[in-house]
Design a protein around this ligand. Structure first.
Ligand code: MTE
Ligand code: MO
Length: 517
């Protein structure tokens, strides 16, 4: 064996820098192609999300909240750093283990990109990654050889350090270039171009006493920047309004294709709707309210003519994500269900589905609220949307209307309050049926009716409050709500412990422990 041995530090550095170069160049190529989702790093992350079993996805959402994506990306970065170090260390004797590893990683990247529906062209990104990774690994591996052992004399310590540093800087610049380049699809510009949205039929104004933000509840309308966000996308899909079309397909009399402008020019209505995620925990934050502007969804579908036998509406998003709404449940929502193009008088934010999304009050988001929607397909239950493919129920009774929920917003957990009167305030929702009553229990006391805020409509949340005198010491307050049919919120805590394929929304009464001084 004539090949010289590399020092452990040089070998590990070589592997690490090669991985960095591969990621940077892949990201750059994806950016140049204007296919941000083809970046191997993001594509592998998304492929991972797509394979995550529902309970794990749920765990991630409840543990990291809206930060589940940064958490995944950081986790992946750590794994890749370790992989780079190991690949380097495995190649101290010869370059081949590293070469094989880079090729294998490149293939994994290509498979992931292929899955993210970026088209054939997107495969150039993982290819770029592989070529860059191989070239850098090969080149640095040569420079890493000790001077004395190479016939050509080698480049020495300084030469290696300079080579590794220069390549790392190049990799970072390439990655940054990728981000900058992807920004050329100017969705912000397109969104500004949509301008203010003025509905022909505005929603009734929100009464001032519909919420108690001064007592700690959310404001009635959630500022769009604070609206909860849940989706499976690491990179927010970038779809310009001028490039967007909506096709109505499947079991219809005549398929339709509409541009964004066609829809913007229709008679726009405005509806106040509270949306909820099925993954929201008891007391959790994945519930928000907006004035959605758009066109009634059923009316739109009827333009194409819904054929008998259709059982569900399958929404297709630009990235291939699909979601199915039982047609009967959609019909129950009547003209409150929208193909929405705006929230609170502005065009949708990219995170919330710009330029178009669906919203169906009374249903959890994962079966009703397709963001970045490009196609509405009328189908039977034989078509299996994204979560149904992954084992969740795709039709009633597995798909249920939003469950009655209530949450104490004030006091907050373990808050210390001055002595005297204490005000409890919170939020309750049972979209579709509305909230008719909220009761509070302090410690082991009797249930007392809370004062309800003015109801805006049955599709929105309803705030409540109660002021009472409490002795000094620690207290527990529990709340429970009743819907418009007089049905009481379920007491048992149910949290995806269900062994069946049901992504059940959480149930159980919310309690807060606090102290009066
Ligand atoms: N294209 C697409 N639409 C989607 C999802 C998604 O992952 N992709 N997630 C759904 C889920 S689970 C919820 S709760 C709502 C959340 O909508 P928001 O992020 O605007 O609050 O979007 C729904 N629509
Ligand atoms: Mo959700």
């Amino acid at each position: 064996m004539t090949t010289p041995h590399l020092s452990a530090v040089r070998a590990a550095t070589t592997g690490l820098v090669a991985i960095l170069a591969a990621l940077g160049v892949g990201h750059l190529v994806a950016g140049l192609l204007l296919l941000p989702a083809a970046s191997p790093f993001l594509a592998v992350g998304n492929a991972f999300i797509d394979r995550t079993p529902a309970p794990v996805k749920d765990f991630a959402i409840s543990t990291f909240g809206t930060n589940d994506k940064p958490a995944l990306l950081v986790g992946m970065a750590v794994v890749l750093v370790l992989a780079g170090l190991l690949i380097g260390l495995a190649s101290r004797r010869t370059v081949w283990p590293g070469v094989v590893a880079v090729v294998v990683l490149g293939i994994v990247g290509a498979l992931a990109v292929n899955e993210q529906s970026s088209g054939r062209l997107g495969l150039l990104a993982p290819l770029g990654s592989m070529v860059a990774g191989l070239a850098v690994f090969w080149w640095l591996h040569r420079r890493a050889r000790p001077a004395a052992e190479t016939p050509q004399g080698g480049v020495g310590r300084r030469g290696f350090v300079i080579g590794a540093a220069a390549t790392s800087v190049g990799a970072l610049l390439a990655g940054a270039g990728g981000f900058a380049s992807a920004r050329r699809i100017d969705v912000a510009e397109s969104r500004r171009g949509v301008g203010e949205l003025v509905p022909t039929t505005p929603a009734p104004p929100i009464p001032a006493d519909a919420a108690f933000p001064e007592l700690g509840t959310p404001t009635f309308l959630t500022p769009v920047a604070d609206f909860y966000r849940i989706d499976v996308n690491l990179a927010v899909p970038q779809l310009r309004a001028e490039d967007a079309t909506l096709r109505i397909t499947g079991m219809v009399d005549e398929p339709l294709e509409l541009s964004f402008d066609d829809i913007r020019n229709m008679t726009l209505v405005e509806k106040t709707i509270t949306m909820t995620c099925v993954s929201n925990e008891v007391g959790g934050p994945y519930v928000s309210t907006a004035n959605f502007i758009g066109v009634p969804l059923l009316e739109l579908l009827e333009r194409a003519g819904i054929r008998g036998g259709a059982q569900q509406l399958v929404g297709h998003a630009v990235d291939g994500f699909t979601l199915g709404t039982p047609l009967d449940m959609l019909r129950a929502a009547g003209d409150d269900a929208l193909l929405a193009i705006g929230m609170n008088r502005e065009a949708l934010l990219p995170e919330h589905g710009f330029p178009m999304r669906t919203v169906v009050p009374g249903l959890y988001g994962y079966v009703s609220a397709t963001k970045w929607v490009t196609e509405l397909e009328l189908a039977t239950y034989d078509v299996k949307p994204y979560w149904v493919e992954r084992g969740w129920d795709g039709q009633p009774p597995g798909i249920v209307p939003i469950k009655i929920s209530s949450r104490v917003d004030a006091p907050t957990s373990f808050q210390r309050l001055p002595g005297g009167d204490v005000t409890i305030a919170g939020t309750a929702w049972a979209q579709g049926r509305g909230i008719s009553r909220v009761e509070l229990r302090l410690d082991k006391g009797p249930w007392q009716a809370a004062e309800l805020a003015t109801e805006v409509n049955p599709n929105t949340w309803r705030m409540f409050r109660l002021t009472t005198a409490l002795p000094a010491g620690q207290h527990t307050v529990t709340c429970r709500a009743f819907d418009g049919d007089g049905q009481m919120q379920a007491e048992d805590r149910l949290r995806l412990i269900n062994p069946g394929p049901v992504p059940d929304g959480s149930t159980g009464w919310h309690s807060i422990v606090f102290t009066v001084e």
